[in-house]
Ligand binder design. Structure first.
Ligand code: ATP
Length: 488
């Protein structure tokens, strides 16, 4: 997607009520977003599809919804209190902070330079990267490649914001939001907003085993908010401080972990392509090199999406967390978190495979993939049009009902049909402007079908059903419309 189209998409997302900056009337809050009336529908549909696929669609899975505020003991055991941090460099002159690991040599010259040039543009408040930004990025990169082994090389890199050369050495910065449980602030009641939904699942492992009839291999899924005080945020929902994750902890017998890891990479990719409708050519797998793995991981593969800002970046991660988390919680809580396998009479600590999908990043990918701009229009009118070719099950409105006119009882008839069809999905109702304009308004937000109520409807009860993508129109009874949209 071209930068110009990204801008059109982002302004559409705000103008049509998908995504709003949080606390907008106070100038917004960095890294926080609110979902508008259409955004919440898209997000709910996406989460529903995930839940249907992985919880309802599998006999070996159950869901949970665990507390967001997490006592320190849990996150101490998981390692987050001591090591959930990112390396931070700070410009001593203008105080901007950047993630040092975003500027590592591993991603290659093009990626590094693109990121740096983007930072230059962002801090100069330009929406597009200019030739000057690229020049600065090239100089910084040349310096970086020549000197990156030296202890002081950060200090010689030109700051993308102010142009000075005064970066500090990388320092570790813990990204968790800290609070206290109860009125008194003390070391004994420290808690954090969870940085991932996973730990709520691990601490409930024994509860779920005791209360369900599941046997290893089985999984527990959860969708919920997580919070990370990211050093730098940006690119809309891509990097935010309050995020939403759809995570599964899938418990397997040690020794079977690698096979299940591969299986879950395939399953999550299949969900992205065949259920969310992302184009396969915009997705790729990235296996983390051993030296870059998190402290708990034996192997992690990311599904990367080709975002229009900065190219392929993480959409989801599938990690083999080994028996690390259950062991840690067993040791710290002094509770038995092992598993007894009846069939073999063996007791063991299961390994965990974790497929983790960011809801916000999935929404962004879905919007980018669905967006299509038609500068000359699609019907020969010469008028520019935008269509979101969303998978129908994701679309904020499944259907729009449009009376041809407000008069002659057409609006009343359309409202009657709306009442008949409403309940199971979101239906738009629009009476203003020509029907052509109304079709375009619906195309722009991805509504897969429009129903037009006209004079013939008053006579024989049939309506026109128009398809967003083919623009074909057919005459159907209201019952047939219902069948068509429920059978999707
Ligand atoms: P990154 O390397 O981009 O910081 P991560 O490896 O820390 O991501 P995970 O801890 O694996 O991310 O989290 C699982 C998923 O949660 C990610 O694949 C991503 O989709 C989402 N996610 C993580 N951090 C953020 C964030 N700050 N904003 C939006 N989504 C996020």
């Amino acid at each position: 997607m071209a930068a110009q189209n990204l801008e059109i998409l982002m302004s559409l997302a705000k103008r049509r009520g998908f995504i709003f900056p949080s606390a907008d009337i106070y100038g917004g809050a960095s890294g926080l977003f609110d979902m508008g009336p259409l955004g919440v529908e898209l997000a709910n549909n996406l989460k529903k599809l995930w839940w249907q696929t992985f919880i309802y669609g599998r006999r070996d899975m159950v869901g949970v919804d665990t507390a967001i505020i997490t006592p320190s003991a849990v996150l101490k055991a998981s390692g987050h209190v001591d090591s959930f941090s990112d390396p931070l460099i700070e410009c001593a002159n203008c105080r901007i902070r950047l993630r040092a690991d975003h500027f590592e040599i591993g991603e290659g010259e093009a990626g590094w330079q693109a990121r740096w040039a983007q930072e230059c543009a962002k801090h100069a408040k330009r929406s597009e990267v200019s030739a000057k930004d690229r020049e600065k990025a090239a100089t910084a990169f040349a310096y970086f490649t020549e000197n990156h082994q030296e202890a002081t090389f950060w200090q010689a890199i030109t700051c993308p914001a102010c142009g000075e050369r005064q970066f500090t050495e990388p320092r570790q910065f813990n990204m968790m939001f800290k609070t206290n449980l109860g009125a008194v602030e003390s070391d004994t009641n420290v808690a954090y907003l969870r940085p991932e939904t996973a730990q709520g699942i691990f601490v409930n492992f024994a509860n779920v085993v005791d209360t369900s009839r599941l046997k290893v291999p089985f999984g527990i899924g959860q969708i919920g908010k997580a919070f990370r005080n990211e050093i730098t945020v940006g690119n809309s929902l891509f990097r935010v401080r309050e995020l939403e994750q759809a995570e599964i902890e899938f418990f397997v017998k040690p020794g079977e972990d690698e096979v299940w890891h591969e299986k879950w990479i395939d399953l999550l990719e299949d969900f992205c392509v065949n259920t969310l409708g992302l184009k396969k050519e915009n997705l790729r797998r990235y296996a983390h090199p051993k030296e870059k793995l998190s402290h708990y991981s034996k192997g992690t593969t990311d599904l990367e999406y080709n975002y229009p800002f900065g190219g392929y970046q993480e959409l989801a991660g599938i990690a083999n967390r080994t028996d690390y988390d259950l062991k840690q919680h067993q040791e710290h809580s002094k509770q038995d978190l092992s598993y007894f396998e009846e069939a073999t009479k063996e007791r063991f600590q299961p390994f965990t495979i974790e497929p983790s999908l960011g809801i916000g990043r999935a929404i962004l990918a879905v919007l980018v993939d669905a967006f299509q701009d038609y500068p000359e229009g699609r019907d020969g009118s010469g008028e520019a049009e935008t269509v979101l070719h969303l998978a129908p099950k994701l679309a904020p409105y499944r259907l729009a009902i449009l009376p041809l006119m407000k008069k002659d009882g057409l609006a009343e008839k359309a409202e009657e049909i709306w009442d008949q069809l409403a309940g199971d999905y979101n239906i738009a109702y629009d009476t203003s402007g020509s029907v052509g304009k109304r079709y375009r308004r619906q195309d722009e937000v991805g509504t897969p079908f429009c129903v037009t109520v006209d004079y013939q409807t008053l006579e024989d009860g049939t309506v026109t059903l128009r398809d967003r993508d083919s623009m074909e129109q057919v005459r159907l009874s209201v019952a047939a419309v219902r069948e068509k949209i429920t059978s999707l």
